[in-house]
Design a protein around this ligand. Structure first.
Ligand SMILES: [Zn+2]
Length: 502
């Protein structure tokens, strides 16, 4: 049998062996000391889902992390339903050179990958089950002792991604512009949703001797969603959210008119749909858009409501963790759109985020960035900036963002962005947080792109890793998930870490 296709029985046995071994430290004292001696000082992390451990074995995976990637911190996917952080390689992409070479597209479900302890979820209708694909395996309880044995830290990664059939969706899903429930997106002002997130954080921090949490929420507010001002989104101006009773209450408390906001978004939807159909307003696309914002400032105010709730939930999760143990570290993932969309950038101040988190994982994925940035230019070039030739729009945007010397639009997806982009985004974040929290850039290893777009070579990974560390980062996180990374790339990242450590 191939070493990477262990059976479930073998997996459980190997886990039991690890647990037993951890109880006899004398057996392992020598390798642990050696690992500590050679461990780099900076936090070198990797994102990994449970499937890699169940497919390949806990010992095998952690040893690869340490030996090839110079990794000292495991960011273990513990809550999500997404394929960005969970499951094997996504369909249509080649499998990497490890793990099972078989799609789990039809069996992947997601959920809580640890054991949900009911007492922490008493105050929420969101009774999210243990991820069914794991059977009775609790991935945090399984990996934690093996990580500790190696002197590695373990953080639980939590991502705000649910399923349309998740329990409680009928009560707590957002309400869209047309008054419909917008599953699977949960309203962050809804008390049941707030209770779920603090319950989950408290459960994990209480039930396991982990080192902290990494939180991901890549959802946008209604303005950016209406414009499709991101890399992945389609333009959904008729389905923006949220207009539920809890949002209305939050708006009233801030003196924002619900009726004016809703009417503003109806007008914005009309503008976007007309623009997509090529119906140019008399004064041009940009002027008409800006006029809408001037006439309906509630459009921006309602968008800010979303960000306020998103950041409040992150702060509440951080507080919940700290109330269990002060030394627990909580970090936020800062999504890619913060890098290439100046409208989004304007809604984030690093110094403010730094007050809410112990570290920020700043996405600086340079290979997939070419394709993503090109998509963003295409989206905003279809509506607000439709009067501007796309090449000129890209060049202008590059000036706004300090993206110099990158490829033109025709070559952007195949070229990706440069390692210098990684350095510039790292320096921007470090300057922004003013020493108030740590900066860990997210390094792109094998993030899926279209067949004709940039694929990272080991040299690319080496250069990006080196650029982040040389720019002064406090560490980094190899992303998005081990089950899509090739080992040669991981080893190249590890080599850069060791070369810089001297
Ligand atoms: Zn709402």
């Amino acid at each position: 049998m191939k070493p990477n296709s262990i059976t479930r029985r073998e997996f459980i046995q190997s886990t039991a062996a690890i647990t037993a071994a951890a109880a006899t430290p004398a057996l392992f004292s020598s390798p642990v000391r050696a690992a500590e001696k050679s461990a780099p000082q900076k936090m070198i992390g990797i994102q990994v889902g449970s499937v890699s451990f169940t497919d390949e074995g806990v010992d095998t995976v952690l040893d690869i992390f340490r030996e090839k990637g110079a990794i000292n911190t495991v960011f273990l996917t513990t809550f999500t339903h997404s394929r960005g952080l969970g499951g094997r390689q996504i369909p249509g992409q080649p499998f990497p050179d490890h793990g099972k070479q078989e799609s789990d597209e039809t069996t992947y479900h997601g959920g809580i990958f640890s054991t949900p302890h009911a007492e922490f979820y008493k105050n929420t209708v969101l009774k999210i089950p243990h991820a069914p694909e794991l059977g009775d395996v609790d991935i945090v309880a399984t990996v934690l002792p093996a990580a500790k044995k190696r002197g590695m830290k373990l953080f639980c990664t939590l991502e705000d991604v649910f399923r349309a059939d998740s329990p409680g969706m009928d009560q707590a899903a957002e309400i869209d512009l047309q008054g419909r429930r917008a599953a699977p997106f949960l309203c962050l002002y809804h008390p049941e949703v707030r209770a779920f997130w603090t319950g989950l954080a408290t459960d994990l921090c209480t039930s396991y001797d982990i080192d902290g949490l990494l939180l991901l929420n890549e959802r946008n507010g209604p303005l950016l969603n209406a414009l499709g001002a991101s890399h992945t989104q389609s333009i959904v101006s008729d389905r923006v959210t949220c207009f539920c009773e809890f949002h209305q209450k939050a708006a009233r408390e801030r003196g924002i008119s619900f009726d004016r906001a809703r009417e503003g978004y109806r007008q914005l939807n009309g503008f976007v749909q007309a623009a997509l159909a090529g119906q140019r307003p008399g004064d041009g696309y940009f002027v008409e858009f800006w006029r809408l914002l001037v006439e309906y400032p509630e459009i921006i105010a309602w968008d800010r409501l979303f960000d306020a709730a998103k950041h409040q939930v992150l702060a509440e999760i951080n507080a919940a963790a700290k109330s269990v143990r002060k030394e627990l570290q909580v970090g936020f993932h800062i999504e890619h759109v913060n890098s290439f969309n100046p409208i989004f950038r304007a809604t984030r101040r690093y110094a403010e985020l730094a007050q809410k988190a112990d570290f920020l994982k700043v996405v600086a994925y340079n290979n997939c960035a070419g394709e993503r940035y090109a998509n963003f230019i295409h989206n905003v070039g279809s509506t607000v900036f439709r009067d501007v030739p796309p090449d000129e729009l890209l060049a202008f945007n590059n000036h706004l963002l300090n993206y110099e010397h990158e490829a033109g639009l025709a070559d952007l997806a195949t070229a990706g962005l440069s390692p210098d982009y990684v350095a510039r985004e790292t320096r921007r974040a470090i300057a922004g947080v003013q020493g108030k929290c740590k900066i860990l850039p997210g390094i792109d290893i094998g993030i899926p792109t279209a067949a004709t777009s940039r694929k990272a070579s080991p040299d690319d990974t080496y250069a990006a890793t080196k650029a982040a560390l040389a720019a002064g980062a406090d560490g980094l996180i190899f992303s998005r998930k081990y089950s899509e990374m090739r080992l040669a790339n991981l080893a190249a990242g590890g080599k850069a870490v060791r070369d810089l450590a001297g």
